[in-house]
Write a protein that binds this ligand. Structure first.
Ligand code: F3S
Length: 406
């Protein structure tokens, strides 16, 4: 791989041992994927910061890197960690302690403790065609597709390596030719809420794997609709990019999305959408003792909607309702009064953590109700929970009554 003089000095440890380690990671990736060179980037997003993904060995590695002087040289945000630093959620003390070690190590390396999978909601917004190195699959698919940035699905260590060097290997979705569509998706069923967009993404992801889907037509999706569509695609299928014709910046027309490439067609009717929802549901009856909203982390609009749904109502005593967001959005939502309304109803608005990367199962929950395709996809394996997948209204009904009607 071609290296500039500066990159050779990085490789030869002239800029410190941690930078040499980072270069090793990036060069190995580049060799695997046939990258000709590294390219400069202006920001990175590090994920995999939960104790579940890091383990104690990874925690020791991060602390060692910090001790040896590793420091990021570009703005580098942090993904969700597994604890809420603002309150005691009664999670096991050992878990909290080790999670905080991970977070402290990355902060010592200069990473920003934003602790969220949606940094694009609060100021970290890559521009069109900007090359970035973000981990976190739901964020990658959003930045590639909706913002038109250039990003591969980085792992935690490679995103950190990019943060330490300001470089990423030139391959995959950094190259124009790999951003063309592979499959045209014709949707003939109305999509009415986030759960519909999430189920559509999840269904399509399962069918097409990690290829690039092109959605023929959507009726004015909101930003949150696109976030949920992407989260479904990314979790069930490993999709890192989609086009929505007339909506996303690289697809003003079908032709511009495919750029002459041959493509398959996949039809989505009410039947496929329903199948998408069914596949995300593993619970046998309609009861749930745990309801979680906010995967990816809730936007301000979602918190406003939840406040409206919960105004003057009360979560039933047998059910726990957690609403996941981050410190930035939560601060705004507090100022606007949404947090007060949601918590007066008996729910908890969490920051820094989420169900999948946290440890709510330690509190004894058995069945989760959620409107998140990603949470529904991973919770059985990651948390050992049975799952009901439905709309936010159904989830709130469950929180209020312990079950939802058909
Ligand atoms: Fe975000 Fe956690 Fe879901 S990182 S996308 S809330 S699994």
């Amino acid at each position: 791989m071609y290296l500039t003089d500066t990159e050779k000095r990085m490789r030869d440890a002239e800029m410190g041992e941690p930078v040499r380690t980072a270069m090793e990671i990036l060069m190995a990736l580049g060799e695997i994927y046939g990258a000709e060179k590294l390219i400069p980037i202006q920001n990175a997003h590090v994920a995999g910061l939960s104790l579940k993904s890091h383990g104690l060995a990874g925690t020791g590695w991060a602390e060692d890197m910090a001790n040896r002087g590793a420091r990021v040289c570009i703005p580098t945000t942090m993904n969700v960690i597994g604890v809420d630093r603002s309150r005691d959620l009664h999670l096991p003390q050992a878990w909290v302690k080790d999670q905080l070690r991970i977070e402290a190590a990355y902060e010592r390396m200069g990473c920003l403790g934003t602790s969220s999978c949606v940094p694009y909601y609060f100021g970290f917004v890559p521009r069109f065609q900007e090359h970035i190195a973000w981990a976190e699959s739901s964020a990658v698919v959003f930045t590639n597709s909706v913002l038109g940035a250039r990003d591969n699905r980085e792992a935690g260590p490679s995103a950190l390596a990019s943060g330490l060097t300001g470089r990423t290997p030139l391959y995959g979705l950094h190259l124009e030719e790999n951003r063309r569509g592979d499959v045209l998706i014709k949707v003939s069923v109305p999509l009415t809420n986030l759960a519909d967009y999430g189920a559509l993404g999840s269904y399509v992801g399962r069918i097409i794997g990690n290829r690039v889907p092109v959605f023929e037509k959507f009726q004015e999706p909101s930003i949150e609709d696109l976030v949920y569509l992407g989260a479904g695609l990314a979790s069930s299928g490993g999709v890192a990019m989609f086009h929505a014709v007339g909506v996303t910046p690289e697809a003003p027309t079908i032709e511009s999305a495919f750029k002459g490439k041959k493509y398959e067609v996949l039809e989505i009717t009410a039947k496929e959408l329903e199948e998408g929802k069914q596949k995300l549901t593993s619970a046998k009856d309609r009861k749930a003792d745990y309801v979680a909203i906010g995967c990816p982390h809730c936007s301000l609009n979602q918190l406003k909607e939840l406040a409206t749904l919960l105004q003057g109502r009360r979560v039933n005593k047998e059910t726990t309702l957690w609403v996941h967001t981050n410190v930035a959005i939560k601060s705004l939502a507090k100022q606007l009064g949404y947090v007060q309304v949601i918590e007066d109803a008996g729910a908890v608005v969490t920051q820094d953590l989420c169900t999948i990367l946290g440890n709510p199962e330690a509190l004894g929950f058995k069945t989760l109700a959620t409107n998140s395709p990603k949470m529904a996809f991973y919770a059985p394996g990651s948390n050992g929970l049975d799952v009901w997948y439905g709309s936010v209204e159904q989830c709130i009904e469950t929180a209020l009554h312990g079950f939802w009607s058909a």
